[in-house]
Write a protein that binds this ligand. Structure first.
Ligand SMILES: C[S@@+](CC[C@H](N)C(=O)[O-])C[C@H]1O[C@@H](n2cnc3c(N)ncnc32)[C@H](O)[C@@H]1O
Length: 303
């Protein structure tokens, strides 16, 4: 009996799946001097906040915002030692102006765009090409349009447009994919990840290209670029003097949007670019965390 108990307690407890924060050291090194109120617009598993809070000499108040309840709950669990300082907000970061009205101007704003590792690993919601699941892809289950609905209902022109713009496919390739989707959906609905994967495999796309099609559907399902556009328009009004905003992007269109918005804030709104050249992860970080490989960090300060 004793040995059974002993051996049970000796075996390591399974570690809960956790997203690894990207460029955390670089962001931490560029935090503003005064940092009493933080808006973390993409709180996720709270990895960035844990990194910062465990290193800061005085603890700021953090508004922890995420659209995905399941992921945010896990993030709150991981950051429980600071729970008295963290206010969870289940909403899009695009509503940052409403939070500033209520809590005041932010000393630090963070956006770490894209998906959480859990979105891919749990597979249930159809983000991963490797797990058979319904093609849902919504960050929040609020009755909005899912990836399956997009494939089922979008007209030819709209499908081609998202494939060329978000996926960087040539017009010819976008037309080729769209034609196959439309011909297939006439015969039977495309409802699962593996159905879509098989269809694209039959068009001789490799896994990398298939993953890009999945990414296009995810971006469109969650209107990710629209959310970022709305947020960037509001940014000039929600940062305190001396306050900063750091944004990590993983997609060239998002990086271009941030670069352009930051330039206009610096030109016309009394901001300055903290890093003129985009900051990217070091090789050692990419080796530790493959998800960091396409990350780009831009930082701006209100003067
Ligand atoms: C890359 S993860 C953030 C990881 C986090 N920084 C960490 O270290 O754990 C991106 C998160 O943004 C969330 N998200 C995506 N779109 C959002 C939006 N419009 N508003 C708020 N959160 C969003 C996703 O649910 C996901 O949890």
């Amino acid at each position: 009996m004793w040995s059974a108990l002993h051996s049970e307690s000796a075996s390591p407890a399974p570690q809960p799946l956790r997203h690894i924060p990207v460029l955390a050291r670089e962001i931490f090194e560029h935090l503003p001097e005064t940092c009493e109120l933080i808006f973390d617009g993409t709180f996720g598993h709270g990895g960035h906040m844990e990194y910062f809070l465990s290193r800061m000499s005085s603890t700021p108040r953090v508004l922890a915002c995420d659209v995905d309840k399941k992921i945010m709950d896990k993030g709150l669990h991981f950051t429980a030692p600071w729970k008295d300082f963290i206010t969870p907000i289940l909403d899009s970061y695009a509503n940052i102006d409403l939070r500033a009205e209520k809590y005041g101007l932010f000393d630090f704003v963070l956006l770490d765009l894209g998906v959480n590792l859990e979105h891919f690993k749990d597979g249930e919601r159809g983000f991963s090409i490797k797990v058979d699941a319904p093609l849902d892809m919504r960050f929040r289950n609020d009755g909005s349009v899912s990836a399956k609905d997009i494939i089922a209902t979008y007209p030819k022109e709209k499908l081609e447009k998202i494939l060329t713009i978000y996926g960087d496919f040539s017009p010819k390739t976008a037309e080729y994919i769209t034609k196959a989707l439309i011909e297939t959906r006439k015969k039977q609905p495309i409802e699962t990840t593996f159905q879509l994967f098989d269809l694209l495999s039959r068009l001789h796309f490799n896994q990398k290209k298939i993953a890009v099609v999945f990414q296009v559907l995810r971006i469109e399902t969650n209107q990710e670029l629209l959310q970022l556009e709305i947020f960037l328009k509001k940014l000039g009004k929600v940062v305190s003097c001396g306050g900063r905003c750091s944004i990590i992007t993983y997609h060239s269109i998002e990086d271009r949007m941030v670069k352009t918005a930051f330039k206009s804030l610096a030109d016309d709104w009394g901001f300055r670019l903290v890093n003129k050249k985009v900051i990217m992860p070091q090789y050692s970080e990419i080796q530790r965390n493959k998800a960091a490989r396409s990350a780009k960090l831009r930082i701006i300060e209100r003067i």
